[in-house]
Design a protein around this ligand. Structure first.
Ligand SMILES: [Zn+2]
Length: 83
């Protein structure tokens, strides 16, 4: 009765690699995946394809789209706080 269990474990054979997020939810019209981020030569631009809101800021070599998006959130909150 001694059927041996094979102890070969499949570790992470078909793990999907997620691409970096480059589309985000718009802070103004609240549409998911409406805001796209473009980074080029030290500048990043976020544009909402639904309502046309845009935001741009300086970047460095390590800046990812999500960082630009965070900047946008901060900037928006500042505006809201001041208004
Ligand atoms: Zn929008």
């Amino acid at each position: 009765m001694g059927k041996r269990k094979k102890s070969t474990r499949n570790v992470g054979g078909s793990k999907k690699r997620e691409p970096l997020d480059t589309v985000f939810k718009c802070l103004f019209c609240k549409h998911e995946k409406a805001v796209t981020c473009k980074i080029s030569d030290g500048n990043a631009t976020l544009i909402c394809k639904i309502c046309g809101q845009s935001f741009s800021c300086r970047t460095n070599a390590l800046t990812a789209p999500i960082d630009v998006y965070s900047e946008w959130i901060d900037a928006t909150e500042e505006v809201n706080a001041g208004a």
